[in-house]
Ligand binder design. Sequence first.
Ligand code: M6R
Length: 600
Amino acid sequence: MCGIVGYIGHEDTKEILLRGLEKLEYRGYDSAGIAVLNDNGVHVYKEKGRIEALRAIVDENVEATVGIGHTRWATHGAPSRTNAHPHQSTTGRFTLVHNGVIENYEELKQEHLANVSFNSDTDTEIIVHLIETFVNEGQSVETAFSSTLKVLKGSYAIALVDKKNKETVYVGKNKSPLLVGMGNGFNVVASDAMAMLQVTDRFVELMDEEMVIVTRDALTIKTLDGEKVEREPYTAEIDASDIEKGTYPHYMLKEIDEQPLVMRNIITEYQEENGKLKLDQDIRNAMQEADRIYVIAAGTSYHAGLVGKQLIETIAKIPVEVHVASEFLYNMPLLSENPLFVFISQSGETADSRGVLVNVKKLGYKALTITNVKGSTLSREADYTLLLHAGPEIAVASTKAYTAQIAVLAILAVDTARTKGIELDFDPIQELSIAANAIQVMIDEKDEIETIARDYLSVARNAFFIGRAVDNYVGLEAALKLKEISYIQAEGFAGGELKHGTIALIEEGTPVIALATQEHVNGSIRSNLQEVASRGANTCVISMEGLNNPNDQIVIPAVHPYLAPLVSVVPTQLLAYYAALHRGCDVDKPRNLAKSVTVE
Ligand code: M6R
């Protein structure tokens, strides 16, 4: 989703901004722009499409040591050069970039900006006009900035420059992520540390309704009422090489390949030297006290939550409900007496999940966030955090975060069961290491899976994944992966449910991929497969050693049935990857999608 960068220092600003925007490309965007300031004024460059296109129009001779930049994922107004940020005030004095959504922009326009003419269809443009209006009314720039932020309703991360002052970048945030970074003789602004790792790894977090006056030598954080806030910087523990593709053609393939390593990282991070599981006592207590767990998540993380429900209910014997974050706020179920909320989010920034978190905290409930990003909003605002240790996930299609989420949920389930004194014949560390090896076996079968993708999916109009029990949940994830990057209309279905309507869609050659890794439903899923085969479906089976039939197309090595999703999902990730590739799709940047969905 939208990304912001800013720089004030002594180096070639346009290059630092463009490189920063390139690092934010993975978040998803449809236009981009930068503004740099020098003695000749403000130079704004904006373009629809990729950063490459923006780079092509930036004057390579423009020299400046301060500037701001933006990648835009359209919400208000179509993706276009006009709607791209930065936006400027009427006189051109103020130039601004913004992430988020201003909910009261129509009211503010009517109340304060009746005589202003607008250039774009965005909600953002009112912000820059408001600042200029307040300055025209006699306020200082800093006061006009804070007065403006105070009247905005909604989410924002903002960076502003003033043509009359090349010494300052003004920054503010509410609900949308934003960091300021510190350097020697320079400072930076970024919605994601990755954008500025090229120049610094020292960052300062910003809280909601704070602003920062950023100069070359100082960062002054203030509340919107002008009170100074002291906050220590932290060092971002991201290895810059982790965010490079290396020799891989796509991040998605690299991240699929990293999954065995991620499993091993999780084993290391969650195991004590004596072999026991390592988890904060506070998390243990919260799990013990909960009479019901409410998992809140979106997309792939929601699908991992469904597998987690199965694990926690079976192993730790605590009832679990899994809810789509965007629905929970508006369709809240009756809560139990002692609920524990578990937020699952790769990015830790998903606005839908954050909306629920803010609400449940207001109601006084405890929350645990399971995330890949230390210091992310969901992590900071929850009572407890469990990290995924998956390394940065750049591809829009989530792969290694999904398997990491399931692995961490399995550890949480077993730790809770052990604390409750439940006898188990399941050792998560041993079983995860077996699963890591099995994932590697599937990755090594890439070529065979590519052939299956070509045979089944290269010209398919639609496709179905069917499964029963936990395989049904993996099917939902498989379908999401396939549709988001290959644009094949794909659905995941409980095997037994097809005959209640959806089977009408099966025609000659329709691909139906069945997951069959669970012994107690092996017979029934195969019957469901027969039902569609006899109606012309082109069937494919992903089964597990010991449960396989001789003609099954993909057979995963035998792993503990609880952890089968970790392995069976891998061929489906590869099927999606190769299907997208064969269809000429942009695997890492699928249309209309964003990596980090920071608007509700
Ligand atoms: O960062 P999150 O895990 O909260 O993101 C949730 C979804 O937006 C995300 O999983 C999305 O569905 C992925 N693009 C799927 O590959």
